[in-house]
Structures are given as C-alpha cells and as structure tokens.
Ligand binder design. Structure first.
Ligand code: R5P
Length: 285
C-alpha cells in the first residue's frame, strides 16, 4: 500500500503515513499555462490510500486527477474535509444538491470512502461506494483537556450539534448543553444555553465547522453578556473564511482551534489517529 495526497492535505497525509507505517508516494503538482492542473504520482502499489480534503474547487479537480492517476490500484479515498457538504438540499428551485454532485463524482475509481465529521451523515448515501463518517470529537475533547480550564462547560451552537458536543464533553465528563434562541420581542432575540447557567463558567463552544465565524461570534457576544468567565472555540474544520479568525477574536473568544482536516495556522488538533483507527478497522473487517 502507498499513501498519496493532494496539495492541501500533505501534513495530515504524512501524519497518517507515520502512524500506519505505510509509505508516502511522492507527488508533483503544477499548472499548465492556461491554469489547468497537473499532477504526477510516484510509484504506487496495488492498494492506494488517497488523502484529500475538498477545501475548494481546485482540490476537487486535483482529487479526481489523483484517483485517475491511481487507476491501476484498489483505492480508498479519505476526505478529511468535504467541501460543498452544506448545500445538502434544494433551498430554491433550480439549485443543485451540491453534496450529491460532489459525492457522485468522487465515487468513480474508488472502492471505499471515509469522510471526517461530514455536515450531515445522511448525505453519505450519495456516494455510490461504501462511505462512512469518522468523528474527531474525542480528539477535540483531548485538546479541551489540554487547555486546563476550570470545570469547562461545552456548548453546541445549536441543537443540531449537540451529539458532537456530547462526544467532546464525554472525554472529561464535563457539563454540556446547546445554545437556544429565544425571541424576547419583535426585534430582540436572546441566545443562551438551554439549561445550564453560563455565568462564571469557562465555556468552550464546539462545532463541526467554523466558516465565516458568524454563528460563534453571535453566541460569544451573548455569553459574555451572560457573565461567562472565558469563551473558547474548537471545531473540526477551520475554514475561517472572510476574516473569521479576527471576527472571533474581536468577539472576545480567547482561543480558537481547529484540526488538520483543513490545514491552517489554527490546526492544533489532528484527525490522524481517528482516520488510522477507521482504516485499520476496515482492513480487519
Ligand atoms: C451549521 O449548521 C454548521 O454546523 C455551522 O454552525 C455553520 O456552518 C458555521 O458557519 P459560520 O461560521 O459561517 O457561521
């Protein structure tokens, strides 16, 4: 077996290679003068593990090229971050179900797919090969433990993220709740934990993804008003679009961490252990 990766997943691929004891194949990436992408893989074996986060449209094309380059081997595709996953239904007439389009295109030429903390696990059915979700909530819990906060309160920004938050909180047996919007009047909305009082608490808001940071910034402002002692944020996928990092720091969030599913300077958490465990379990099945 050999491991290959696309350009934006190189660090995670190297970590997985080390933990699995499977060598990396060398990769060359370039562009043709018209902007089209080119890649070349080093020597491959009869099995290839492709590590590729779809962080943008170029990485989608690069993933398709990598799968094709490995067409003589049996391929497992690990997608640490699946872009386009949040357009998972038709919100208006004439729109695509983008996650379906992407999942279908990635299914050709692979035998198996894994996605890390996909936005909606139900959308894995759009792959035409067996596809499973891997959660890195335990790794995020490990990171929260390292922050050495006093009796932290783990908060999901909405009810949909409560399962993820519960899995994070289980690592330290910490309190866990979700933020709920309560309309006070026509103009006024209060966002507060459903049952736990945040006053005086060290709060960690956890989510699958931070994109613009709008969701977390609003929550942080409300929690500060409610007297939280400190507010931290941790997520699986740190997309951090449109100045999100600055927006979150300006909203009083003391620390922001994400994982290497979307490699950037806030990737303090690694998905490698969870991915390696899932791949090994699959091999031994
Ligand atoms: C929503 O369902 C997701 O779990 C995230 O809360 C959301 O996508 C984050 O987006 P943003 O950072 O742009 O508010």
């Amino acid at each position: 077996m050999r491991i290959i990766s696309t350009e934006r997943s190189q660090v995670l691929a190297a970590r997985i290679s080390e933990k699995l004891g499977v060598p990396l194949a060398e990769m060359k990436f370039a562009r043709f003068p018209d902007g089209e992408m080119y890649l070349q893989c080093g020597d491959l074996d009869d099995e290839t593990l492709i590590i590729s986060s779809i962080v943008n449209s170029d990485m989608l094309v690069q993933t398709l090229l990598a799968i094709d380059a490995a067409d003589r081997s049996r391929n497992t595709l690990v997608i640490p971050y699946l872009g386009y996953a949040r357009q998972d239904r038709r919100f208006a007439r004439g729109e695509p179900i983008s996650v379906r389009a992407v999942a279908r295109s990635l299914s050709y030429g692979i035998e198996r797919a894994f996605v890390v903390d996909i936005h909606d696990p139900g959308t894995l059915d759009y792959f035409s090969v067996p596809a499973d979700d891997i959660t890195i909530a335990p790794a995020i819990g490990g990171y929260v433990g390292d922050l050495r906060l006093k009796d932290p309160l783990i908060l999901a920004p909405d009810e949909g993220a409560i399962e993820f938050a519960t899995d994070v909180a289980a690592i330290g047996d910490w309190d866990c709740d979700f933020l709920q919007k309560v309309r006070i009047s026509g103009e006024e909305v209060r966002i507060a934990p459903k049952t736990v009082d945040a006053a005086g608490r060290e709060v960690v808001i956890v989510d699958d993804i931070i994109s613009t940071g709008g969701t977390l910034a609003t929550a942080a402002c409300m929690l500060r008003e409610q007297g939280a002692a400190s507010i931290h944020a941790a997520c699986a996928h740190g997309v951090l679009a449109s100045g999100a990092y600055m927006r979150l720091r300006a909203a009083g969030i003391a620390s922001i961490a994400s994982s290497d599913t979307y490699e950037n300077a806030s990737s303090f958490i690694s998905a490698a252990n969870a991915i390696v465990a899932a791949v090994l379990e699959d091999v031994h099945r």
